[in-house]
Design a protein around this ligand. Structure first.
Ligand code: 13P
Length: 272
C-alpha cells in the first residue's frame, strides 16, 4: 500500500434540520472541525444540501447525500437520482440500516445504487452491520459478509477502489441506542470486512478501502475506535448534529491521522 489509509469522519444528519437552519449549523460545525488531516463529510437531508454546500464552501469539508435511487431517471415519484445531485453533493451514504428496515432495501438494490454512484462520481459510503440477535448467535461476520458480497458482486473491483469506496460497519443494535460496540469487537469486524474485500478481488487486497465504525459514536468513545489499526474513522448520527461532539471526534481523529502518517504508531497513548 502506498501510504496510510485516509481517516474519514462523516456525519449523517438523518431526518434532522431544515433549509432555514442547516446552513448555520454546518457553519458552526465547520469552525469547530478545521482539521485538514481528517477527511470530513456532512450528509444533510436532500432539501438542505444546497444551504450546507454554500455554508461549507472553502472549508474543505465535503457534502454527502443520504441515499440515491437505483435508476437515473423515470416515473419514480418522490425519488432522487444520482445525476440530480451534481453540484450539490460529492459523497453518498448507501445501504443504511434504517433504509434497509424502512424502505425495504435489499443487497441487490443497494448494488444497483452503488453502480449509479460510481457512474456519476459520487463517493459511496456503503453501510453494513448485523442485528443484535445475529451478534448474539455468532452470525455477525457472516451477515456482514453476505451484505458485502450482495452489494459489491457485479462491480469491477478496480472501479470500486477508483470510485473511492468506503465501508461503514454499523451494528444495528448500536445505532441511536447509546450502546456502542467495543473498539476490539469493531476491529474484528473491520478485519473480517477486509478479508471479504480481498476475496472479492479488490486491488491491494482491499487494504486501501477505509472502514469506519458507526453506532453511538461520541467524543467520549471515539478514541477506543481510533486506537484500532483497522478502523479508519466514524460515521456519526446523533453526535454529528452537535458542534461540541464533532469538535471532539474530529480532533481525536486528527491525532490518529498524524500518528499513522508518522510511521504506523497506531496506538498512540495521547488523548485516549
Ligand atoms: P448514531 O450515531 O446516532 O447511533 O447513528 C449512527 C448512524 O446510523 C450513522 O449512520
Amino acid at each position: 500500500m502506498s501510504g496510510p489509509r485516509p481517516i474519514v469522519i462523516a456525519g449523517n444528519w438523518k431526518m434532522h434540520t431544515t433549509p432555514a437552519d442547516a446552513g448555520e449549523l454546518a457553519r458552526t460545525i465547520a469552525h469547530r472541525i478545521a482539521e485538514p488531516d481528517v477527511v470530513r463529510v456532512i450528509c444533510p437531508p436532500y432539501v438542505c444540501l444546497a444551504p450546507v454546500r454554500d455554508a461549507l464552501a472553502g472549508t474543505g469539508i465535503a457534502v454527502g447525500a443520504q441515499n440515491i435511487h437505483h435508476e437515473l431517471a423515470g416515473a419514480y415519484t418522490g425519488e432522487v437520482s444520482a445525476p440530480m445531485l451534481a453540484g450539490l453533493a460529492t459523497w453518498v451514504i448507501l445501504g443504511h440500516s434504517e433504509r434497509r428496515r424502512d424502505a425495504g432495501e435489499t443487497d441487490e438494490l443497494i448494488a444497483r445504487k452503488l453502480g449509479r454512484a460510481l457512474e456519476v462520481g459520487l463517493r459511496p459510503i456503503l453501510c453494513v452491520g448485523e442485528q443484535l440477535v445475529e451478534r448474539d448467535t455468532g452470525q455477525a461476520a457472516a451477515v456482514v459478509e453476505d451484505q458485502l458480497r450482495g452489494a459489491l458482486t457485479g462491480h469491477e473491483p478496480e472501479d470500486l477502489v477508483r470510485g473511492g469506496l468506503v465501508i461503514a460497519y454499523e451494528p444495528v443494535w448500536a445505532i441511536g441506542t447509546g450502546r456502542n460496540a467495543t473498539g476490539a469487537d469493531a476491529a474484528v469486524m473491520a478485519d473480517s470486512i477486509r478479508g471479504t474485500l480481498h476475496e472479492l478481488g479488490l486491488p491491494e487486497h482491499g487494504e486501501t478501502v477505509p472502514v469506519l465504525y458507526g453506532g453511538s459514536c461520541t467524543a467520549a468513545n471515539i478514541g477506543e475506535f481510533m486506537n484500532e489499526a483497522s478502523i479508519d474513522g466514524a460515521l456519526d448520527g446523533g453526535a454529528s448534529l452537535k458542534p461540541d461532539e464533532m469538535a471532539g471526534i474530529v480532533g481525536r481523529a486528527g491525532v490518529t491521522a498524524r500518528a499513522r502518517r508518522g510511521g504506523g504508531a497506531f496506538r498512540e497513548a495521547a488523548s485516549r
